[in-house]
Design a binder for this molecule. Structure first.
Ligand code: GLN
Length: 236
């Protein structure tokens, strides 16, 4: 929860879900790093708030963690969706993404549309928009049975299962798919346009924090800091 420290402003506890490179992940020294980490630190640095130490949760525990005051702000490449907007509030958007379909490298499965995923074993991280695509586009239509969908606590585990051949494809945010494809034996088969936008999540009664984050975000976008951070974590 929020506490008022001496000197600085109100301290806020940020929460994230590592294993989502380059937005938030553990480096070789087991430190939490990434685009979201640097961006939130820069944004909060422009406000009267002070950033406390990061809490690491599973993605599906972030909104509950916000609601029960374990954390005060979510920075986890979280897409602003209507469903989520009913329970929490979001800052202005800070990054755009679509969903990519990842397959194992060197296999004989190379889908080019969602229809090609019919009857396949699919994986996603629990509670994500990738999971929503599988549910709304493939399970509801009966093309994929519920039992052929594996929900993982982390996309890192889903990628392991994909490489081991336990599933045929993963649905995951495009920038993260690209990062996994550059590091592991997986390839982007195709990208499905969803037009998602990421925002920082705050409690619905935290209007002051929401406004401060929006003005901090505008400042770092105007003064070049946003671009510096983006260039550091994204090569293209
Ligand atoms: N952007 C996706 C979502 O909001 C995935 C986020 C994540 O896995 N960290 O559901």
């Amino acid at each position: 929860g929020c506490t008022t420290g001496g000197g600085g402003g109100t301290e806020i506890t940020p929460g994230t879900a590592p294993g989502f490179p380059p937005f938030e992940f553990k480096n070789d020294d087991n430190e939490l790093v990434g685009f979201d980490i640097d961006l939130l630190e820069a944004v909060v640095g422009e406000t009267d708030y002070t950033l406390g130490s990061w809490e690491e949760l599973e993605f599906s525990s972030l909104i509950p963690g916000l609601q029960n005051d374990r954390i005060d702000v979510i920075a986890a490449a979280m897409t602003i969706t209507e469903d989520r907007d009913e329970t929490i509030d979001f800052s202005d958007p800070y990054y755009n993404a679509d969903q990519s379909i990842l397959v194992a490298s060197g296999g004989d499965f190379s889908p080019s549309s969602l229809d090609d995923l019919e009857g396949r074993r699919l994986g996603a991280q629990e509670g994500t928009t990738g999971e929503s695509v599988i549910q709304s586009e493939l399970i509801e239509s009966g093309q994929v049975s519920e039992s052929n969908y594996n929900a993982y606590g982390s996309y890192v585990l889903a990628v392991e299962d994909l490489i081991n051949g336990n599933i045929d494809a993963i649905v995951i945010d495009q920038p993260v798919a690209q990062t996994f494809a550059s590091q592991r034996d997986v390839d982007i088969a195709f990208t499905y346009e969803t037009g998602e936008r990421y925002g920082f999540g705050v409690r619905t009664d935290d209007d002051d924090l929401q406004e401060a984050l929006n003005s901090g975000l505008a400042t770092v976008q105007d003064n070049g800091t946003y671009e510096e951070i983006r260039n550091e974590w994204f090569s293209s």
